[in-house]
Design a binder for this molecule. Structure first.
Ligand code: ARG
Length: 298
């Protein structure tokens, strides 16, 4: 059922009524060999041009990769490409999907900034070696769409949460919704420090979500509170400085998160989650952390 929802009063379903979707079992990561801050396309990058400690970044990335293996995921890694310092953030170049019959599809992104446009072909080349049907948005109708940085699946349900305002446009969701035959809850983002939905909205499982409330409009918050039983809110310090909400909960139980998010971690544990802390300080210099350093796949 393709449809875009922009206010809570339009919501005409409950989560339990939506078609099921399997949880992802594979993870794609791009090696950080060429990762650096070379330009400024978000406020976090401003003071960090040329300031990435490459060895430290490599170590941080390896610990994360091992964590997915320890949790039982099949981890695929591909080489970065010289001249594409942000390709390591591989949540952004695509939006994968599996339908009720097990058919795998992927929508390739249209990156907002010229600096990152080339990454999409590099990631598409990898999908061509996989059993995914590759779909493209119509560039005459859609100006930008940054994949799973802004479009996040509800856990185990065919429902897409779509952020817009900075890197993706709301008109992208019309096409995404039709191509994947799925409803989209469109959430407007209002603070440029939280420029991707994955910086302020982290689906933990079917009932729980972690958010940074000030990044949303009142209409967006109402839809979030309407559809989740439990909403955990991060403080501005942990959300902005530690990227607490750019965490990931790939199996609905274990949360991988930047280290030091004391307040959020306590709230997560109180809600029954296991918390695993990682250093992603080098990647935070570029405006990304745990969530955007991988792509979940089926
Ligand atoms: N420097 C990258 C950019 O601004 C960081 C992307 C982080 N990704 C994310 N999904 N938050 O595009």
């Amino acid at each position: 059922m393709p449809k875009i929802y922009t206010t809570a009063s339009e919501i005409d379903f409950t989560i339990g009524e939506l078609p099921k979707m399997p949880a992802p079992s594979r993870v794609l990561m791009v090696k950080p060999t060429y990762f650096d801050v070379e330009y400024v396309i978000n406020p976090h990058m401003k003071d960090h041009v040329g300031a990435v400690d490459k060895l430290q970044a490599q170590n941080e990335w390896e610990y994360l990769e091992e964590a997915y293996e320890e949790l039982g995921f099949d981890v695929q890694t591909i080489d970065g490409v010289k001249g594409m310092p942000d390709m390591v953030f591989c949540a952004n170049q695509s939006l994968p999907f599996v339908d009720s019959d097990g058919n795998k599809k992927v929508i390739m992104s249209i990156m907002h900034s010229s600096e990152r446009k080339g990454e999409v072909n590099a990631i598409e080349a990898w999908y061509r070696t996989q059993d995914y049907e590759i779909l493209h948005l119509d560039p005459s109708k859609v100006s930008d769409f940054e994949g799973m940085g802004d479009a996040i699946w509800h856990f185990k349900r065919q429902l897409l949460w779509g952020g817009y305002g900075f890197r993706s446009s709301i008109n992208a969701y019309q096409q995404v919704s039709e191509l994947l035959n799925t409803p989209v809850i469109a959430l407007e983002l209002v603070d440029d420090k939280f420029y991707h939905l994955d910086t302020c909205f982290c689906v933990l499982n079917e009932k729980n979500v972690l958010i940074y409330p000030d990044a949303f409009t009142a209409a967006g918050l109402e839809m979030i509170y309407n559809l989740f039983d439990n909403v955990i809110e991060a403080t501005s310090y942990e959300a902005e400085k530690l990227f607490a909400v750019n965490a990931t909960c790939p199996d609905g139980k274990n949360v991988l998160i930047q280290q030091g998010c004391t307040d959020v971690n306590q709230k997560l544990r109180d809600a029954g989650f296991s918390v695993h802390e990682f250093s992603t300080y080098e990647f935070i210099k570029s405006g990304g952390s745990v969530f955007c350093m991988k792509m979940m796949l089926w």
